[in-house]
Unconditional design. Structure first.
Length: 319
């Protein structure tokens, strides 16, 4: 149904990219060291943006019609006062804001409620509370429940991001979340960063589309990537790197992502369809995790070149 549209129009259809959203890596520093961390590339330099630079980027985001910003990367609340300032700016500009946090700060009731009240007054839209058996080796799981409880009392939306490899090793975490009646959503473990060394269990799913919204990621070094999940992890092709805010405007780079016909196919058709087109057998495709299949397709220079050369044909590869 999308083949007659231009790639940009297809990507901007309702339900696809009706609102521009970005992940914002103010800093990749963290106060804990989780064994699964996607952001913990051994060669990654620990960096933090200048606060005024971050403010400037948020103003650029407003000009580029960005409607939502998710502060992520390391642990944002290491720089709590800076986060208050940036959340306040988002609120003043009419940009919905979310913060992804490991809840290490939520270690007593009074302090936790004080933090959440400050966030509410600054206009925070939502807290996303990270939880996993790796996080909870260093952060008491009671912190997660305490943060969620403070959000309920203060009227701040929140949910728990339950990172899992879908094994029984995570049952005790999920049972705790259920017992506390917390709103949580399972998030598949991404096998990159420190988790790249993990042994992967054999996987067999149905044939899922594996579409990806591909919200852009602004890194602390001001590089911008088309995908916030694993966009920095394509070492051979760097296919998702859009440019740098040192030299390019944010709006220009978002437009570059939205007008890229191959990225449009990822958003609208999904990477399973692209894999079928590229010659992967159906029984192979159902054995891949989404990000692994994406890496297999797009971190190979020859295959990437072929897909770009055939992208118009690929866009018509529809039911």
């Amino acid at each position: 149904m999308w083949s007659w549209l231009t790639s940009r129009d297809a990507c901007r259809q309702p339900g696809r990219m009706s609102m521009r959203k970005i992940a914002f890596g103010y800093s990749n520093r963290c106060n804990i060291s989780c064994g699964h961390c996607v952001a913990a590339d051994p060669g990654l330099q620990r960096e933090k943006m200048d606060l005024d630079v971050a403010r400037s980027i948020i103003r650029q985001a407003k000009s580029a019609e960005v409607g939502g910003i998710s502060f992520t990367a390391g642990e944002p609340f290491i720089y709590f006062d800076d986060m208050l300032a940036l959340i306040g700016l988002c609120s003043a500009l009419g940009i919905y804001s979310r913060v992804v946090t490991n809840c290490s700060w939520a270690d007593n009731d009074d302090k936790t409620l004080e933090y959440v009240e400050l966030l509410r007054r600054c206009g925070l839209g939502q807290l996303r509370l990270s939880c996993s058996r790796w996080h909870q080796q260093q952060v008491d799981i009671e912190n997660v429940a305490r943060a969620a409880g403070a959000c309920r009392r203060a009227g701040v939306a929140c949910y728990v991001s339950f990172v899992t490899d879908f094994t029984r090793a995570d049952d005790h975490i999920e049972e705790y979340l259920m017992a506390k009646k917390l709103v949580y959503f399972p998030e598949p473990l991404i096998y990159s960063g420190r988790a790249a060394a993990f042994e992967k269990r054999a996987l067999f799913t149905d044939y899922q589309h594996n579409r990806c919204s591909m919200n852009a990621y602004v890194a602390p070094d001001l590089a911008v990537y088309a995908c916030c999940d694993g966009g920095t992890d394509f070492k051979a092709t760097n296919v998702f790197r859009l440019g740098s805010l040192h030299t390019d405007g944010l709006g220009e780079m978002l437009e570059k992502s939205e007008s890229n016909p191959l990225f449009c196919c990822i958003r609208t058709q999904g990477i399973s369809v692209i894999a079928s087109y590229a010659g992967f057998r159906a029984r192979e495709i159902v054995g891949y995790r989404k990000c692994d299949l994406c890496r297999e397709l797009f971190d190979d220079r020859l295959r990437l070149r072929l897909l770009y050369s055939k992208v118009r044909e690929l866009q018509n590869w529809t039911r």
